[in-house]
Design a protein around this ligand. Structure first.
Ligand code: DAH
Length: 355
């Protein structure tokens, strides 16, 4: 028995001091391998008397198990050490500093971000929809009946008709996302929809692809006063100064009553100054959602009401940041971008200022 105690001490020490998985395995083989010292001892059991066997059998088995447990425990420690060493030596520094002098945020993206920040502060969520729309969402559900002249005002890009003669369109405005939202969400609804829109038009103030931000609020009590307050707060926050606004009656098929909102401005040389002067500039369309639109989306106009608005992002970006020609925005000229672009590392936020 004292032999076994000595064996145990010897191998326990060796296991404990094994400093690599290989060294540990060598110790394991020396003790418990086929020709290991403990295994050889076990073979002698056959030649023992039954009394001896009764004592030595369990003792040897116990020793074998104890050493096997020690090997396993040491193995876990060595494996953990190996993993930690690998992690330490193989780390990839994902936080490599970006060279912010290369690449910048396009002013349109910056302005959409600013708008999202302002409206988020008023409790609006951001919704999106597809650029390729069907006639129902782009026109019919928005109360443009088939053949209605207002459809022609949109200079629509049509896709090739399908087998049934249905033509998909490149959405002419972000308003179809109003329909998608009302059909998939229960009021109260409070969303803005930033996105690309398309019309067959190109000159100094029009590009075939441009950007809009749509807004929609639906609940049971919202009225025209909320619409005006919301948009007046928005423009002052957006231009980062007090801006006087004016609402003029207008017509859109999907709102009743409808209005356009103008802001006071002045031209000083080449510069346009928003908020002062004697001129008015139209910046967005808005109105109370037309009862027909609510019905088309399965909402009861006697129960629900709300307002909507839509504005051109590119033009607001031009006004805010003094860019003279809309077409330059999408010419992908690196010089233009490095002049008018924004740092991708500085996120627009209300606390430190938008821009
Ligand atoms: N969809 C209109 C356009 O592209 C803009 C618009 C006007 C949107 C009034 C609205 C709105 O939601 O209420 O010209």
């Amino acid at each position: 028995m004292s032999d076994l105690t000595a064996l145990k001490t010897k191998y326990a020490e060796q296991i404990d001091s094994a400093d690599s998985l290989q060294a540990l395995d060598d110790v394991r083989v020396a003790a418990l391998g086929k020709k290991g010292e403990v295994s050889l001892q076990m073979r002698t059991l056959g030649q023992m008397s039954p009394e001896e066997k009764k004592v030595m059998g369990p003792a040897l088995n116990g020793l074998k198990n104890e050493l096997a447990d020690l090997v396993e425990a040491r193995k876990s420690v060595l494996e953990a050490d190996a993993l930690n060493a690998a992690l330490a030596s193989e780390t990839l520094d994902m936080s490599l500093p970006v060279d912010a002098s290369v690449g910048s945020l396009h002013p349109v993206m910056q302005v959409m971000e600013e708008m999202a920040v302002i409206f988020a502060d008023m409790g609006f969520a951001v919704a999106e929809g597809p650029d390729i729309e069907d006639d129902f969402h782009n026109f019919t559900a928005l109360n443009f009946p088939p053949g209605h002249p207002a459809r022609d005002m949109h200079d629509t890009f049509f896709l090739k008709p399908d087998a049934d003669g249905n033509k998909m369109v490149l959405r002419t405005h972000t308003s179809p996302v109003q329909i998608r939202t009302m059909m998939s969400q229960k009021p109260p609804i409070r969303i803005i929809v930033p996105g690309r829109t398309y019309r067959c038009d190109s000159d100094q103030t029009h590009t075939p692809m441009f950007h809009q931000v749509e807004g929609l609020v639906i609940d049971k009590t919202t009225h025209m006063g909320h619409l005006k307050g919301c948009l007046m707060d928005f423009v002052s926050a957006f231009f980062e100064t007090d801006v006087e606004t004016r609402f003029r009656p207008h017509h859109f098929p999907f709102t009743e009553p409808s209005a356009e909102m103008d802001v006071r401005y002045e031209r000083v040389g080449d510069e346009i100054r928003i908020g002062q002067g004697d001129n008015w500039m139209e910046i967005l369309g808005c109105g109370m959602v037309h009862p027909n639109v609510l019905v088309n989306c399965g909402l009861d106009p006697d129960e629900y009401q709300g307002f909507a608005f839509g504005m051109g992002v590119d033009r607001l970006a031009m006004l805010k940041y003094g860019m003279p020609d809309l077409r330059d925005m999408f010419a992908a000229d690196g010089r233009w971008l490095s002049h008018y672009g924004f740092s991708p590392l500085l996120q627009a936020n209300l606390a430190t200022g938008l821009s």
